[in-house]
Design a binder for this molecule. Structure first.
Ligand SMILES: [Zn+2]
Length: 443
């Protein structure tokens, strides 16, 4: 038990004493936080035995994993365990708040939100279905805004005007991008160079854990574009899916998102700051369908702008990545304008996910919507809809997560003005090393 746990137990004795329950040992009535954290970790591991892919990362004691694997409770028993732990933590909450220790209060609140998600997931596994918004509120502690077709049509009209050529807009944009496809034999060199640049730029502002490292693998036939499999001890396995052509802008997008200062750094910071430094074992497990994912995806997407603010990205791509790819920077100016319009349309995918999963659009309508408003090819749209079918409400984490992360960094570090990088990185680092969920960010 660490000092925080001891403090809590002592404070609980005082609390229970005030309620006239001094005849009970407080720790028997309300187990100390570290014990709750251990039960939480085992609960998540046990849910993972029922749903492959649910545990995204685990680097806690192997004995806990073996214990769970040897006798996994039935799923309804796990639902009950989640409810029990929520009640225990709610009892702790009064103590956490009264102690004036902000981080302790955040730890408790974070665990409650993670457990609400775990409880909901056990119900989903048992066949319960929720509306899209209810599901995301339970699993990710957030409900996403949408976007209307009228707003999307306005943006499409702007694109029609600025993108040259005749015929369907998605084909015209594909033509513009033709010159950005990295030849297969150059993909690794381009991606490695982008990763190194993302790493260097992150290390300028964040102290990366000693010995941190990553390996890259190229794969095919996956519903995602890339994946970071965090291994613990500050190591990541980053897989890049080559089902779709590798556009040059993916190098920095993925380098920052999966690597620096995105998922690799996020996980490494949680491990070093919360698991190693404080002994908060709940962070040694990462349940995919949980509020932690909104923070992970939001910070990973914001990480691109953190590492390459302003024009730095374009300059780096032109100076380093295009030559490595053997390509000439072509229609970059128009493509930047297109990207700016796409930003206005960013809730389109969330909107179609909500309509499709709530039964208000068919699969074919979802594919057509994606082709029309994400301006993608049919095969890319089918991949996107397959992602929605598999990961469901998880899609909100990318866009809403990023908007919440941007708000947080703007509020705490100042809006980017070319001179406040250090302040903004400090705010960003808080997001990477503090127990936070979406609703806690808004406070
Ligand atoms: Zn991600």
């Amino acid at each position: 038990m660490n000092s925080v746990g001891r403090l809590t137990a002592v404070a609980l004795v005082a609390l229970l004493g005030a309620c006239g329950q001094t005849d009970n040992d407080a720790t028997d009535v309300f187990p100390p936080l570290d014990q709750v954290a251990e039960r939480y970790v085992k609960l998540i591991l046990a849910i993972g035995e029922h749903e492959p892919g649910y545990v995204d990362a685990y680097y806690g004691p192997e004995a806990w994993l073996n214990e769970v694997a040897a006798s996994t409770p039935a799923i309804d028993a796990l639902e009950l365990e989640a409810s029990t732990l929520i009640a225990v933590l709610q009892a702790h909450q009064a103590t956490g708040t009264a102690s004036g220790d902000v981080l302790l209060a955040q730890r408790i609140q974070f665990l409650i939100k993670q457990l609400i998600a775990a409880e909901a997931r056990t119900r989903i596994i048992q066949g319960v279905s929720y509306s899209f918004d209810e599901e995301t509120r339970l699993l990710f502690d957030a409900v996403s805004p949408g976007i209307t077709e009228q707003e999307l049509e306005t943006s499409l009209a702007t694109l029609e005007a600025i993108v040259p050529g005749e015929g369907p807009l998605n084909e015209r944009i594909a033509n513009l991008r033709q010159g950005s496809i990295v030849p297969t034999d150059r993909v690794d060199a381009v991606f490695q160079a982008a990763m190194q640049a993302c790493r260097t730029r992150t290390a300028d502002y964040l102290a990366l854990p000693e010995g941190e490292a990553f390996t890259i693998e190229y794969v095919t036939d996956q519903p995602w574009s890339a994946y970071n499999w965090y291994q613990g001890k500050a190591m990541s396995l980053i897989q890049v899916n080559l089902d779709q052509p590798f556009m040059i802008e993916r190098a920095i997008d993925l380098g920052c998102h999966e690597g620096y200062p995105g998922h690799h750094v996020f996980n490494a910071q949680l491990e070093s700051e919360l698991v190693n430094a404080r002994g908060w074992m709940e962070f040694s497990v990462y349940p995919l369908y949980s509020p932690l994912s909104l923070l992970a995806e939001g910070t990973a997407n914001l990480g691109i702008q953190m590492a390459f603010p302003g024009d730095e990205r374009r300059d780096f791509e032109k100076a380093v990545l295009y030559p490595l790819a053997g390509l000439e920077p072509g229609a970059t100016e128009i493509l930047e304008q297109v990207a700016e319009i796409f930003r206005l349309m960013r809730y389109s995918n969330t909107e179609i996910a909500r309509r499709y999963l709530d039964g208000k659009a068919t699969r074919e309508e979802a594919i057509e919507w994606t082709m029309k408003y994400s301006l993608s090819s049919r095969s890319r749209a089918e991949q996107s809809v397959a992602f929605i079918e598999f990961y469901r409400g998880y899609v909100i984490n990318y866009v809403l997560g990023m908007d919440l992360a941007v708000d947080y960094v703007d509020r705490n570090g100042g809006i980017e003005n070319g001179e406040n990088a250090a302040e903004r990185w400090r705010a960003y680092e808080m997001l990477l090393s503090t127990p936070l969920t979406a609703s806690m960010l808004e406070d």
